[in-house]
Structures are given as structure tokens and as C-alpha cells.
Write a protein of this length. Sequence first.
Length: 721
Amino acid sequence: MKRHLSVEVTESNRLRKNNLFFFLCLLIFPQFLFSQIERNAQKIFLNGFGRYIFIDNKINLYSLFSYDIDNDGIADVGGLDESGKNLYIYFGKGFNQFYEPLKYSFSLKYDGAVVRKLNLDKRTNLILYSKVDGIIKIYSFNRRNILPLITIKVDCCFNNIDLVNLDRSPELEIVLSGSNFKGIGIISFKGYNYSYKKIEDQPFKKLIPVNLNSDEKIDLVGFNPLSRELILLKNNSLYNYSKSVYKKFDESFDELLSGNFDDDYINDLVLISNETKSIYLLTGNGVGSFSSQIKVKLFSIFSSTINFDYNRDLIDDIIVYDRFDKKLYMKLFSKDYKSLISQPLMEINNFYSMTNYKTTTTKGIAVSSEQGLFLIVYSSLHFNQEKYSLAFSPADLITYRISDELYSRIIFIDRSQKRLNIILRNEFNAPQEILSIPLSYAYERIKILSSNGDEINLVCFKSLAYHFDYFQINLKNGKYFKENLSVDGLIEDIGSEVSTTQKFLLNVLVRVKSEIRTVLLKPFDLNKIVLNEKLISENVIDYSFDFQNRQLLFVNMNSNGEELKLISKKFNQSYKNYDITEIINIKNENYLSIKLFTCDVHSDLQLAFLNLVSLKENNLFVIPFNNPVKYHKLERVRIFDKNSCKCNYTHGTGSKTFSYYNNLSNALERIVFRFPNKPVNVVIKYLPGNTVYSIGYTFKRKQEIIYISNYSIISIEKVEE
């Protein structure tokens, strides 16, 4: 049954601001114009860093280490458990895979373990130590068996232990220090014999080996917590050092790191103070000291800090665990050294230990936490399934591919950081670069409204909020315009409006009491409100709006509640006139949930998807507009989240497919039309409790699904078509 009406709707009052007042504000406070200034997105070069590889969740390891223990050319991972009496080692199979752990038990309780080649023999050594007892026990590995070698008794109570080569002899030295350990303890070896000597007479809270000059000898830098002095110890010989005070500070330092942080191939120093929430960068001059000192303010507390060149840009990055907000970060200095660029890796409730992890093709970290033992690495190896840890709480992931790019870019919101992140992938399908843009709010939805090659227009918003962010972004150079906009009403959806004047307009659907209204906005314009019209005021159960065709589809009941009506309203450009069509009536079976979606599968096939749920049935009705009587019913489908429904283009065919998350099957499904035009629902991916995903195609016409899995991990998989 159809009936067509042409209705003249009275024009409602447009939302107006006091333009004169706003203009004066712009003259007096020019920062109001800031949103319209072209800015650069923060670029973070990852070069593949962030791959997540799970190892085990049965054993909690402390004092974690990674080393090729059995000399088979493959990295292994191990550590002590909480008792301090059991050592577990996961021997590597290669390709970042591991065997079941081997357990080694000891009679004494140890505080930590280090695995290195001391060069006492041709084997790898295990060094176990007890700080309070002052005991260091050295073992040798014979393949995967351990043999006791040397027991050393030293003074109480060291905190730090380093293995370095101080005198360029074949054997490494063990260097001990600590706040409650007066001086520096040096253990040197000659074959299986050792000598122990203490130098200096002051405590060092932190002591690190570093090459301060070009004599190829390893020097020492330490921080005295009593005098708060940074001490430089130039290495003249094994027990002979020239001491100098670099500077007396007003604060105490919790972490000292050495590495190349300013891209000049000379060792630098990083000092982290949680007392004053500050970080210092001391740039090395190559002649025994530091040429400059840069101080950056921190906004949180860092702990368990390590550094390495993880993303292969020849500059060291810093990995920190923040025990205050329980999150793992990668930090690197900005180009002007005035700030730290922060890349969140993942949220970890109970963090135990981490260490650097390196193979011939992989750089990264091994992490042990209550979630288990896992790797976050760089790898040039390509797998059919990719997992990347790049954010704490990503939301509403979408993809976009520039025509000449092999893989589509991944666009998502990190709610906890209030940032819009755009990931560029390399030829190995690994994250290469992130464009990171600040948001005004922790939004939950993203929509690309239009695109033109390298440039996209998109909005970030949250349903039932009254404000949103609008962006014009150039994906190639990272430049963008941003404006925060607000409307009088609660936002339900946002699209773009086709304009005859070639002016880009935003179309915002808002709920004002019982009304659904459309508000047309001109971004970056003083008079933003172009039109504010009522679309519908009757009590609709659910609706879907086609922005391109200005078509509103909605469901309501007849007067006696016995039938559901599916109705179409198609508006003209001014939204004052419309044609109304009753598409179909469906018997009301006391449905508890009614949700409506639309998708134009072909140019001549417009479909409505109506999910009707009762106590007895969960059905998805597929209703063609041109012949609604011949609808199809798919059973056992229940859709909770409307945002999980997507109308995706099928590559090379010009058609679309409708996909959704089915809460009954715990799977992403899509509708496929088979002969004779009967739709069936096909499982794409089983994802218990997850609905944040995107489906797209690579440049080589390979379909892929990108979704968010456990621990806020972004996963990429190929989809069988």
C-alpha cells in the first residue's frame, strides 16, 4: 500500500548567535580563530613497532630477561617467579614462537636474574643475586641444562647490577651499586678466578655505564641521593677513575638512561625525577661531558624504564610503565626537545617486569603482567594475522585507502588520550607512521563525510552529546583544519549535504524533545547555521536517514498497535517539502526490540533491514523498496549495537554488502545474495563481545577485516571471500 503526499512545512526559527558580539570577541581575543588555523598533526614513526605476540598466561615472571641462551641463533625469554626460587625459560622456536617453559628450582631465594656471556668459558652464563645477603651465584648453560660455576659473597646491600667490559679484556665485569651500598663494587674475572674490589666511598642510587668520550672505554655515571650530585667517572683503567661533579641538582632522580636521543651518534643521558615530575636530556659532547641540558615537564609518574631504538630511526625511544594510571607508553623527544611525544601501547593493571627483546628481524620488548607474558615488537615478517598494541581504549575504528597505497589507513579514537589517530601501514602490513590529532572530548564515533584523493573531511562525535569536532585532513602531509561545533539538541547522527553552491555543508540530526531535526552547518563560517528544520515529530520507534538522498525511513505502530508500519519520507533541498510512502505493514508479534537499518546494495536495489526481537524469535527482515511484499526473513539474528552495522563497498563490483555483529552467534556476519536473489547471512569472524571493526580491501584486491580485540589490541586479518 502506497500513498504520496506533498506537504509544506512551516519554517522553524533558525538558531542565531549575536554576530556583532562574536565579531568583537574575535577582534579582542584572536585565539578564537585558532580552530581555523592550519596545523600539523603530531607524527609518530613506528616502522612496524607495536606487534602483539602472546606467549603464556600461566606463569607470572619477575626480573625478566631475553637472550640466546642455548646458542641456536634464536632469542629465548625467561625470568624468576614470585617465590624467587624458580626460574622459567621459554626457549625460542624462531619467528617469535616459543616452546613450553622449562623450570629450574633453587634452594635459595634470589631477587633477580641476568643472562649474558661473561666469557669465562664458551657458554652462556646465568647470574642470580640476592641483594640483602650479598650473594651472587653464577651458572653455565650446557645447552638447556645448568651447571654451578662460581659463588661470590659481597657487601650488603646493592640495588643495581650491570655487566660491562671496563678494561677491554675478554671477560666482562660485574658492577654493583645502590643507595645503601657505599661505593661501587667491581667483580673482575680471569678464567674461573675472580677478584672483588670497591672504589669510591659514596652511595649511588643509580649508576649506569656510558661511553662519555672517544677512547672506547666504558665510563660510569652515577647519581648520589645524599648530595644530589650527578657524578661522572672517566675510565682510566679497571679500578682507576677520574671523578668530576657534573652538577648538583635540587631534586632526586629515579631513573638514569644512556643512549642516542638527539640523532648525533654521541651518547646522551636522560634523568627522570618523579619528585618534581620532570625529565632532563643531557646531550653528550663526545669529550667526557655534556654540551647542553634540556628540561621537560612530565604530567605523570614513570617507573620500570628501558630504552632502545625500537622503530629503527637511529634515535633511542623510551618505554615506561606508569604505575599511577597503569599504562605502558613509548616516549620520544620532539624535534625541538620542548616536549615528549607519547605513544600509548596498552593498559596493564598489574605490571611485573619487562626487558628488551631482539632477534635478527625483530626489535621490541618482552612484558610480564597479570594478563600474561607477551611481546610488543617490530617485525618485518608478514603473517596472515596481525595484532598491534597501539592504544589503551580505541573506539569506532574505520579505514580509508588512498588510491596508490597498498593498504588502507586505520583511523580510530583513543578515548583515554582524547586523540584521533591515523595509522599508515608499510609494505609488510605493519604500522609505519601515526598521525595523532588532539580532540576536544573523548568522542566515540568517527564518520568520513567526503574525500578527494589525499584529503578527507570527517567528524568525531558522541551520540546524545551536543557538540562535535570537524576536521579537514591532508593525509599525505599531515596538515589539518579543526573546528569544534555545537548544536541546539542531542546529536543522533552526522552526515554531509549535497549543495548546489559547491559549498560543503554538515547535516546534523538532533533530537529536541520528541522531534528529530536536521541542522545544516557551514564549517569555518561566522554564520554557521544555514538551516534548522523538523524532520519528524511523531512518536517513531526507530529510524534511519539516507543523507545523500535526503530520505528518512522510520517505523511506528498503527493506532491499535497490531501492525508495524515502515514509512519513507523523501525531502527536497530545503527540507520544507517531502514525499511520503508507506512501504510495508508487518504484524506486531509483541516485539521487545525493533531496530532499523538501510543499505543500497545496487543503484536499483535499496534495502531496509528490520531486526525484530520477541521472547520467541530473533529475526532480521530484508525488505526491498521496489518490491516490499517479497521480503526475506533471516532467523536467529539479534543486533544490540547499531554502530556495528556497516554498508560496505565490494571491491570492483560497484555493489555493497551489509554487515553487522550478531549477538546470538557472537560473530560478525554479512548478507550475501544468492540465486534466486535469496539473502543468507555468512559468518565473517567470531568475536565474542566485540563490535568495533572495519572491512576493506588492499591495493591487490585482498579483503581484510580490522577489529579491536582483547587488551585494546588492533588486529588485522585476511577475509576469505
